[in-house]
Design a protein around this ligand. Sequence first.
Ligand SMILES: NC(=O)C1=CN([C@@H]2O[C@H](COP(=O)(O)OP(=O)(O)OC[C@H]3O[C@@H](n4cnc5c(N)ncnc54)[C@H](O)[C@@H]3O)[C@@H](O)[C@H]2O)C=CC1
Ligand SMILES: N[C@@H](CC=O)C(=O)O
Length: 818
Amino acid sequence: MQVFKFGGSSVANANNIKKVAAIVSNAAKKDSIVVVVSALGGITDLLLQAGKEAANGHTVYQEQIREIEQRHFEAVRALMPVASQSALLSLVKKATNEIEEICNGIFLLREITPKNLDRLAAYGEWLSSQIIAAAFKQGDMQVLWKDAREFIFTNSDFTNAEVDLAITEKEIRKYFKENKSNVFVVPGFIGRDGNGVTTTLGRGGSDYTAALIAAAVDATSLQVWKDVNGMMTADPRMAPNAKVIEHISYSEAMELSHFGAKVLYPPTIQPVMSKNIPLYVKNTFAPEMPGTIVGGKSKELKTIREHIVSGISSVNNIALISLEGSGMIGIPGFSKRLFEALSQERINVVLITQSSSEHSICVAIDQRYLERARLVVDKAFADEILLKKVEPLKVETNLSIVALVGEQMKSLPGVSGRMFGAMGRNGINIRAIAQGSSEKNISTVIATDDVRKAINVLHEEFFETSYKQLNLFIMGLGNVGAKLMDQLKQQHAFLKQHLKLNVSVVGISNSRKMLFKEHGISLSGWKESLAAGEPASLSDFTNEIIKRNLRNSIFVDVTANQEVAKAYGKLLQKSISVVACNKIAAASPFTEYKKLKELAHVYNARFLFETNVGAALPVIGTLNDLRRSGDEIKSIQAVLSGTLNFVFNHYDGTRKFAEVVKQAQEEGYTEPDPRLDLSGVDVMRKILILARESGFELEMEDIVNHSFMPASCMKGSVEEFYKCMAAEEAHFSNLLDAARADNSQLKFVAELKDGKASVGLQHIKPGNDLYHLYGKDNVVLFYTARYPEQPLVIKGAGAGADVTASGVFADIMRAANE
Ligand SMILES: NC(=O)C1=CN([C@@H]2O[C@H](COP(=O)(O)OP(=O)(O)OC[C@H]3O[C@@H](n4cnc5c(N)ncnc54)[C@H](O)[C@@H]3O)[C@@H](O)[C@H]2O)C=CC1
Ligand SMILES: N[C@@H](CC=O)C(=O)O
């Protein structure tokens, strides 16, 4: 004999019931089947609402009862031939009349009791089972209908009654021994107490009815048919990549169902586990799918199992209550009194942690019972609170529990480390932790706002063999930003295939417009979409990043804007990594630069700015590697301006100096404001950043700038700057002539020596390491303790949108792989 249970959505209407009939008819060809059914989807809620509306004096309950009636009438008419409908229609009518009479009574009294609620709710399963049994009889099945109240006996704890297992098992066995049929149909969820009054087994209790029957008759299997393909590794509404769990042990299934996986009603597992009956979770709408097998032989489990963790579950509406005080240390009985107080109020304890110092006990409860808990606990410890041995109950709300479940976790060190590491890198603050010694479940209490992110982060960490999701927010879509978008588009498939990274650009902004798309902005049509976006606002953009709270979020600053640089701190504090080619933050006052680094460290985020010096050349990374390995930077000599190198390489007297500068700007080497390059400020920023990364606490004001520009050209607008350079052509040609006369080339050189930095134009002779530097190249010479005479040299293109974008891209990959 097998027991099949069909849930509310599986029997929501006639079409679905026909699918159920096909499944049962097929199975009944080989075995005798007990079918336990829920109420038609939504009917239990309607019944309870009708009762509550009546108690509140609202006549809307009458409409709700008509709706209940109509739903059942429709099912009867669609399932039964006209000639056989009348008996069933009058059964529905009789039942809805009774429901109405009960509600009329409640309406008059303006009072509803748990007993009445159970009486009302029971009509749902009773009616559905009658209709389904009649529908089955239309086919080739021999069918017996049986009211579960005749063999499920409970106490009188209405709405959540406790089953008397011994009598129930005996009565079920007796019935199925004495009655033979191909198919039995039984209403789930309902039972009766010692006085013969109807009770219910708690919401979802039909699963339990089926499990009780399966255990009592020693069924070969229990099949729970749902509208999902099985138990999932996580709630698919939260984690779109959740997968069906093929095979899971009873205790894992129990842990998962206790912690919010609504697929199985928690008490369901115990009866089948005690008899080692395999439980299948299957999909009524895709019966060909294998579903999930709960239970079975452990040997089989180990070979099938791919993952250390079986599933991730969560439960919302949690409050943490903490009892703290120095008076608790070393004195037995505090926890006993706390739990007794909670139990008196029938407050269920969901999770417990106690510090080894015994200074505090922290308990997670359903948030609905918070006020009751506060009152009862403060009352229980009133004397100690008065004597200041214990503090009044501390309370935190809007929390959730997210738990990893898996039997294999206990044999593997490092699972909790991976769990906390992944959550920490994503800025998820863990308020409390619990892990039982069985190590089947590691539970964390976190803010409810972080639940979606946490589930996805953990799913990625423990289940994603396919890919890791990366969410980018890019601000600044000018020369460099646009190239970055091109490169992301070009590499998208490669990253997914080879690095298992799915990169989505979720937000973009230039100074005019901004745009967000959670599942990724099209990398082909982004320009048009951005043009149609909403007006840009830095604060709205950054707030939106925080609000979206997506895992593996990276903010990419491709502007040259000071205000944008000021927003990094706010993002880092939310564990959102920052990748910047904007140099303003790293060249800001030392305290601010240091603070950003500290924030990144404290909040487990990355603050990366490799392109601040030498575009994509590995300058900062190399410097960091040298220092990390214990080397010491003695001095640096460098040509760090692609623009100035380009200008002095191309200025040969055949064209005006201003024209060559214009060409550098047009080719995308200059800063958005080219005066920053020509004045030497851009190079000052770069040597400042190198000095700081070398360990020196320098400020911009400490850097000596031997500017070669006429002071008059640095006043006014960019247009006036160009006009002034044209007018001062003689000044620039004199510089060139002097260098030629000295058999030298002009190079704008940055130096750091003995903690002091300077920048300025120099005559560089053939043979000098800085001499052979073409186009827009940069060169950096590091003299260190380990490179005392022959420097470590880094050389190559130091400006240009394409190379800079590739440097930004590389920083994004570094942040992603952290
Ligand atoms: N061009 C190069 O070779 C290199 C450039 N960089 C840095 O790259 C950055 C960008 O340079 P380019 O792309 O050439 O500049 P760009 O002027 O072409 O682009 C800047 C973009 O930032 C946007 N923007 C400015 N303020 C904004 C705000 N408040 N909110 C949103 N968007 C804003 C502008 O609308 C524009 O789309 C600069 O910081 C520069 O120092 C760094 C290394 C090399
Ligand atoms: N404007 C800069 C670009 C890179 O930082 C330069 O010319 O070097």
